[in-house]
Design a protein around this ligand. Structure first.
Ligand SMILES: Nc1ncnc2c1ncn2[C@@H]1O[C@H](COP(=O)(O)OP(=O)(O)OP(=O)(O)O)[C@@H](O)[C@H]1O
Ligand SMILES: [Mg+2]
Length: 255
């Protein structure tokens, strides 16, 4: 069994008296594409917000890659190698695809300014390294042809890929993807799935929230099922589909 890269214990979070997380536990093993599914409102995005520090849990414990990151700020967490994407793609500023990628290549802008002022040659070689990285990321995501296009002009599927590209620019170990194929046509969804598999084969680990069960079945092992703010169960896709508790959780949503 590969080692545990990320573990969260007993996460609690309420919003205006509603318990979004009610003692959620989960772990992600190194080299896996772990799925996180569950009905609308189960708390999946809230887990991502807690893990990435964007909206911290009120209590609980998070360990990542051998370190307790429980009270860390989002920038510290992403610099450590745990990076997330957002369910609703945030607005893309008036930047080209290349510029958008470069913008996410470095979290330490202050240091960059000092380097640019006092060590211009080192700054230029750093710039070159960043451009190389952006080109490499674009190639992995089939975005090379659109590097000089405005990000806002990309197709829906390409925007999803660029969202993954932004995450990759931070050279993460673990990426949290929130609904990477939502709203994308089936052919493009299959393409995005292929890209995710290829990235996993290059050593990345993923935790993926997704409602498209074909994609979950194709990509994710294991699959964690959440309901009402807790982890209901975990297993292979076939195991969780056959589990009555999982079926009840999804049916309960429709009543
Ligand atoms: N920032 C917030 N402010 C107020 N309530 C929130 C906030 N984030 C989540 N919630 C509430 O917490 C609960 C869990 O929401 P969450 O977004 O985590 O669900 P989800 O499993 O991601 O659902 P979906 O599959 O629809 O994306 C919901 O009742 C939601 O309304
Ligand atoms: Mg969500």
């Amino acid at each position: 069994m590969p080692e545990v890269m990320l573990s969260a214990k007993n996460l609690q979070r309420s919003f205006y008296g509603v318990r979004a997380l009610n003692g959620a536990d989960l772990h992600v093993r190194s080299g896996t594409i772990t799925g996180l599914i569950g009905p609308n409102g189960a708390g999946k995005t809230t887990v991502f917000n807690a893990l990435s520090g964007v909206i911290p849990a009120e209590s609980g414990e998070i360990r990542f890659d051998g370190t307790d990151i429980t009270h860390w700020r989002p920038e510290q967490i992403s610099r450590r190698g745990l990076v997330r994407t957002f369910q609703i793609a945030r607005g893309f500023p008036r930047l080209t695809v290349l510029e958008t990628l470069l913008l996410h290549g470095d979290a330490q802008e202050g240091e960059d300014v000092m380097t640019a002022l006092f060590s211009p040659s080192r700054w230029r070689s750093r710039e070159r390294e960043l451009v190389n990285r952006a080109e490499d990321v674009a190639a992995q995501l089939n975005l090379t042809q659109v590097l000089d296009n405005m990000s806002s002009d990309l197709s829906g599927g390409q925007k999803k890929l660029l969202e993954i590209g932004r995450a990759l620019m931070g050279q993460p170990k673990l990426i949290l993807l929130d609904e990477p194929v939502a709203g994308v046509n089936p052919a493009l969804a299959a393409d995005i799935a292929e890209r995710i598999l290829a990235l996993r084969d290059r050593g990345l680990t993923f935790l993926i929230v997704e409602h498209d069960m074909d994609i979950v079945a194709q990509l994710c092992d294991p699959v964690i099922v959440m309901a009402a703010g807790v982890r209901l169960t975990e297993g292979t896709f076939d195991e969780i589909v056959a589990d009555d508790r999982v079926q009840d959780a999804y049916l309960g949503q429709r009543t």
